[in-house]
Design a protein around this ligand. Structure first.
Ligand code: G1P
Length: 293
């Protein structure tokens, strides 16, 4: 099986939970410590072997593409002043990594956003990273853990992989929740912290009430997909919240092909939620101050 090198990052969402910060600045460009949130998400993808990143974007989010392009005026000015090191640090994307952009047009849900990337992804398998979710880069190794681990698992057995982590009862209604197979009993709390573990899953329920939640294992926002997901997405209709849900297409994929969940290693932050964002900012800034970066 060919190694996965394509990633889709949906960035078209408005970020109403981050107002007023996100009123005129895309939420993906809000800082976590000394970098915009999406910088870490793209670094994570690159560490896992991704070479081509597709941003599924919106007319008001052009600033995100600019972040990944060379700003030739700033570049020239810095070099004229002999500040080549600063100029080089702005052009940090490796030369073999490409960032492309495609527009979603109508905001019809996460499933719709992922399907919008099909003209660029073509027939390849690919990963999806949700930019609101930022994984802790300080305590995990991005080239072996989480997304990198999931890509390896996919390469072994061809099962699509979904990253999950245990959430508190009060939070299950915010996430896609995994339904485990009867035969599986895992200590989610312990396994999700120290190492990744992967096992087949029976299905997912998108944003259930606590009473309906089949487990406490929530979809974290990292997916490795067989290209077949596009077939299911094209026939998925709107459901929860009136949106075309990625979880519905995954459920359809499970019924014909195996899908596995991978328990997360380390911690994740929801940079699309004000409280979690503020915790994340403090944590990232603190780590960078300690490391002197
Ligand atoms: C999306 C997915 C959900 C997942 C969550 C992770 O929801 O639909 O399954 O658990 O991301 O952040 P959203 O946060 O876009 O409502």
């Amino acid at each position: 099986m060919r190694k996965i090198t394509h990633a889709v990052i949906p960035v078209a969402g408005f970020g109403t939970r981050m107002l007023p910060l996100s009123k005129s600045v895309p939420k993906e460009l809000l800082p976590l410590g000394n970098r915009p949130a999406i910088h870490y998400v793209v670094e994570e993808a690159i560490a896992a072997g991704i070479k081509h990143i597709v941003l599924v974007s919106h007319s008001q989010k052009g600033a995100i593409e600019n972040y990944f392009d060379i700003n030739i005026e700033i570049d020239n000015q810095l070099r004229e002043k002999g500040k080549d090191e600063v100029a080089d640090s702005l052009n940090w994307l490796p030369s073999d990594v490409t960032v492309s952009m495609i527009r979603q047009g109508r905001a019809l849900g996460l499933g719709h956003a992922v399907l919008a990337a099909k003209p660029i992804i073509g027939n390849d398998d690919f990963v999806v990273l949700l930019p609101d979710v930022v994984l802790d880069p300080f305590t995990t190794n991005m080239s072996t853990d989480n997304l990198a681990f999931m890509i390896d698992e996919f390469t072994k057995d061809g099962h699509s992989q979904i990253l999950v982590d245990t959430v508190a009862d009060k939070d299950v209604h915010k996430y896609g929740i995994a339904k485990l197979r009867d035969s599986i009993e895992i200590d989610c709390e312990a396994s999700s912290r120290n190492s990744n573990a992967s096992f087949k899953v029976a299905g997912f329920v998108e944003k259930p009430s606590l009473a309906e939640a089949p487990s406490r294992l929530a979809v974290v926002g990292r997916y490795v997909f067989s290209n077949k997901i596009f077939d299911y997405l094209s026939s998925t209709t709107a459901s929860v919240g009136g949106e075309i849900q990625l979880t519905d297409a995954i459920d359809a994929l499970i019924s014909e092909y195996g899908v596995s969940v991978t328990t997360m290693r380390g911690s994740s932050y929801d940079a699309g939620d004000m409280r979690s964002y503020m915790h994340a900012f403090i944590y990232f800034a603190q780590q960078q101050l300690i490391e002197g970066k």
